[in-house]
Design a protein around this ligand. Structure first.
Ligand code: ADP
Ligand code: MG
Length: 381
């Protein structure tokens, strides 16, 4: 929070009037199920994005990424840079009469940006909270979720579901959320543990966007085939594992493993929710490893760096590990017994450095709270 208030002061020479923050997220299970109408099981991270604001006649925004205050014009075309996320939020707030006429905005984050940990939803949800407050409105977390979702989806054209905004808005300490994306329900499950994040530092070849779009197209194609015998099937994730035999008989061979991944991942995510409810961390770990294996083999969506981290973590005693984030190469999530985690992660770092010649960034987090208003420090300095 101090980062955002001191950036505000350094950039605009005054104190902000309000501030809010929202977390990034890790997804325990349910990767690539989002756009197939399935379930996801994310936690909110302790690492957050803070947005400090004060009213003004026009719009000027600054991020710690470039530290250059920029003027933005809300009705004008998007600029194609990070400020579009704020413009998207302001436009959606305007649509419900909850935007200020103008503002100074400073954004600072402890999240890695663009690493598959949902820095974009942390930014949009926090901005929606802070800016609606300037307009004298107190929006509920569920409303902030919708504003942030529409900012990314409708305004910026990011073709993703609501997972990131949901956890950024509704996350709770010590809690994972089972989110049914097809129907929009959320179930809270205890997650008292700690997760480790290993940033691979790599993106997918071919570029992540191209690969994810290819997978989405394949899933749409597979759904069209499935609808020939399951009339009205809403999403691939509504197929049961028992349907896979029929899938194998009817679909073109390249599409079969894609469907197998989506269907088994959905089943694994539900199984992980039951394991969480029973406090069975080793059970969740096994499901994570199975998920990673199917992601690698069936969905062909891993990178060698992630495969090595998963292998190494499990070999050194972690409960489980898997590549997290459906966008770019991103980060591997490791679930390990807390008393042994430091040693396990040190071994993972060593194995990674032996193979790839550098030590990856690693850090840990418990399940944290969702969006919240932030108190402003008494003195900004
Ligand atoms: P992810 O959400 O997984 O981090 P995205 O590609 O969805 O990756 O979002 C990253 C984009 O969000 C950045 O390229 C930038 O435009 C914007 N963004 C996120 N955090 C910040 C920040 N602290 N300052 C400025 N822009 C940010
Ligand atoms: Mg994002």
């Amino acid at each position: 929070m101090r980062l955002a208030t001191s950036l505000y002061a350094a950039s605009f020479g005054s104190r902000p009037g309000a501030a809010a923050s929202a977390p990034g997220r890790l997804n325990l299970l349910g990767e690539h199920t989002e756009y197939n109408g399935g379930v996801v099981l994310p936690i909110a991270l302790e690492r957050r994005t803070a947005v400090a604001v004060a009213p003004a006649r026009d719009w000027a925004v600054v991020s710690q990424l470039d530290r250059i205050p920029l003027e933005i014009d809300v009705p004008q075309a998007l600029r194609g840079d990070w400020t579009d996320y704020l413009v998207g939020v302001v436009r959606e707030l305007e649509a419900i009469g909850a935007a200020p006429l103008g503002a100074r905005v400073a954004v600072a984050s402890t999240l890695p940006v663009g690493a598959g940990l949902s820095s974009s939803a942390a930014l949009t949800v926090a901005a929606a909270r802070a800016l609606s407050q300037l307009a004298g409105r107190r929006l509920a977390p569920a409303q902030l979720l919708e504003i942030a979702y529409r900012a990314e989806h409708d305004q910026l054209g990011v073709r993703r579901g609501r997972m990131d905004q949901t956890i950024a808005a509704l996350g709770m300490r010590g809690t994972a959320l089972l989110v049914e994306l097809g129907v929009g329900t959320v179930v809270r499950l205890p997650f008292p543990g700690r997760l480790w994040v290993v940033e691979t530092g790599v993106s997918h070849p071919p570029p992540g966007d191209e690969l994810i779009n290819q997978r989405r197209r394949e899933c749409e194609e597979a759904l069209a085939f499935c609808r020939e015998w399951r009339l009205g099937l809403p999403h691939l994730a509504q197929l049961a594992p028992g349907d896979l035999e029929e899938v194998e008989r009817r679909l073109p061979p390249p599409l079969i493993p894609r469907v197998r991944y989506v269907v088994t991942e959905t089943a694994r995510t539900r199984a992980a929710a039951s394991a969480l409810a029973a406090g069975d961390l080793p059970g969740i770990g096994r499901l994570m490893v199975q998920g990673h294996e199917s992601l690698r083999v069936d969905y062909q969506y891993s990178v060698p760096e992630a495969d090595l981290i998963v292998q190494s973590a499990v070999a050194h005693g972690a409960c489980g590990a898997r590549l997290s984030g459906a966008g770019w190469g991103g980060a591997v999530t490791v679930l390990a017994p807390e008393e042994r985690a430091a040693r396990i992660m040190a071994e993972v770092g060593r194995d990674y450095a032996d193979r790839f010649g550098r030590v990856p960034d690693m850090w840990s987090s418990r399940a944290a709270a969702g969006v919240r208003r932030e108190a402003l420090p008494a003195m900004v300095g």
